[in-house]
Design a protein around this ligand. Structure first.
Ligand SMILES: *Cc1c(COP(=O)(O)O)cnc(C)c1O
Length: 452
């Protein structure tokens, strides 16, 4: 039975010529030349044959083959995608989009030598953190700071540096023993850091007395974690950073999203600092709106211990990250972050503005795509990236109907650049909140190609 299904699926695979005659296939040949396109389509078909033989049931339409083939063409590494999902910090689509100033800084650091670890005035060795650290100090009012590869790395390094020798213990509430996307589990990170986890309280309720009773001579720190991607509602109780700091042990606060400006109920970096966290740890590419990075701000002796730890070298941030981060932080210092950073602009755009964009796009699409049912409907956008899971941002979407929605969405993804929307209620939804300047033209081209 199964074998027959496989055989039929293998037989239904389109021929190379048929794929190249398909409009999407012809466009591929136009762009990359017939020879390269033919060889990529052959490769794609080979890959599909392999998957089918292995028992998978991949999509085998001409468009699916073209989508796979375009990924095999040289020079097609990371590439632009039109995010019409309405999820602003979409982890699979690269989270934050950098500001123009950050992009310019990356280019300058990338195509020339730079003062990465060079003190220009002294003519000698400097530190790669010489520029980012003063910016972070000033923005957060802390003594010192360190930048590493990502927030997971910063949490690990801060714990490893604080716990030290002996039989160190770190106290965490059971309500905060969470997993953040991609298998980053707080209990496992603690174990890696060399500390023994002392769980206190229950999933829904932890009191200050629970922490107090768990303290012993081996306790080195209290970890407070923002549960980011989930929320417990109802009969709950937890202790904030200020309460924990009153116990006299260093508090490491993993606030995750890195909000420097207020957004929804998301905890602010500045709040954790003000409430007395010894170290506050956060991501660079979530609500901060910068590059992937893990930032720690806080007490000078503890940050110095982090810098000395061997993991600091293993997790260090590279020059492109630092260039983008410095430019992003400068926008905050100059007070222009809300207008300058694309992530913040998309999150904060007024509902009427998003609706107007959706209506403009719908007007063009109805004109260009006869036969397609086009309208605008209210939709819900989300911040994403493990922030504010229940927080709904009112938005507007262009809806495309009168077609097989799944197949149409697949064709939009086979366009160049691919357009990624959502399928819901038998229609394709293109959320206007996450469209960037110039994306409308790409959407129109993709829709034209998909109906053509
Ligand atoms: C997102 C998140 C992390 C992981 O951040 P990365 O920068 O992706 O490593 C860690 N802790 C919390 C609380 C988070 O929300």
């Amino acid at each position: 039975m199964l074998e027959t299904g496989k055989r039929e699926r293998l037989r239904s695979l389109p021929a190379v010529d048929a794929v190249l005659r398909d409009p999407a296939g012809a466009a591929l040949a136009d762009r990359h030349g017939r020879a390269a396109a033919t060889s990529a389509v052959r490769g794609a078909l080979g890959e599909l044959r392999r998957r089918i033989s292995a028992g998978e049931e991949p999509a085998i339409s001409g468009h699916a083959v073209v989508a796979l083939a375009s990924g095999l063409l040289p020079g097609r590494g990371l590439r632009r995608i039109v995010n019409a999902t309405g999820v602003v910090l979409h982890t699979n689509l690269g989270r934050s989009v950098l500001s123009e100033r950050a992009v310019a800084a990356v280019v300058e650091a990338a195509d020339r030598y730079s003062n990465l670890e060079y003190d220009v005035a002294a003519g000698g060795r400097g530190s790669r953190y010489d520029r980012a650290v003063p910016l972070l100090r000033e923005l957060t009012g802390t003594e010192d700071a360190l930048v590493v590869n990502n927030c997971a790395g910063a949490t690990l390094l801060s714990l490893a540096a604080v716990v030290g020798e002996g039989e160190p213990e770190v106290i965490v509430s059971r309500g905060q023993l969470i997993e953040i996307g991609g298998g980053f589990r707080i209990p496992e990170v603690l174990e890696l850091s060399g500390a023994k986890l002392r769980e206190v309280g229950t999933t829904n309720r932890t009191r200050l007395s629970d922490y107090e009773e768990a303290i012993n001579e081996n306790t080195r720190a209290i970890l407070w974690v923002h549960p980011s991607n989930f929320e417990i509602q109802g009969f709950t109780e937890s202790v904030g950073v200020a309460g924990l700091a009153s116990l006299g042990l260093p508090v490491i606060a993993d606030v995750g999203s890195g909000a420097l400006l207020p957004f929804g109920e998301e905890p602010l970096v500045g709040d954790a600092v003000r409430d007395g966290a010894a170290l506050t740890v956060f991501s660079g590419d979530k609500l901060l709106g910068g590059p992937q990075a893990g930032i720690t701000v806080g007490s000078a002796p503890l940050v110095a211990a982090m810098r000395r730890h061997p993991l600091a070298r293993a997790l260090r941030a590279d020059k492109l990250c630092l260039a983008a981060l410095e430019a992003t932080l400068t926008a905050y210092l100059e007070g222009s972050a809300a207008e300058e950073l694309p992530t913040l602009r998309m999150l904060r755009a007024p509902e009427v503005e998003v609706r107007a964009r959706a209506e403009d796009l719908a007007r063009v699409l109805s004109r260009e795509a006869a036969g397609l049912e086009v309208d605008v409907a209210p939709s819900v956008a989300r911040s994403g990236g493990g922030t504010l899971p229940l927080y709904e941002i009112p938005s507007s979407a262009v809806r495309l109907g009168g077609v097989d929605a799944e197949a149409f969405a697949e064709k939009l993804r086979a366009a160049d650049p691919p357009v990624v929307g959502r399928v819901h209620g038998g229609r394709v939804w293109l959320d206007a909140r996450t469209l960037l300047p110039g994306d409308e033209e790409a959407v129109v081209a993709a829709v034209r190609g998909a109906i053509g």
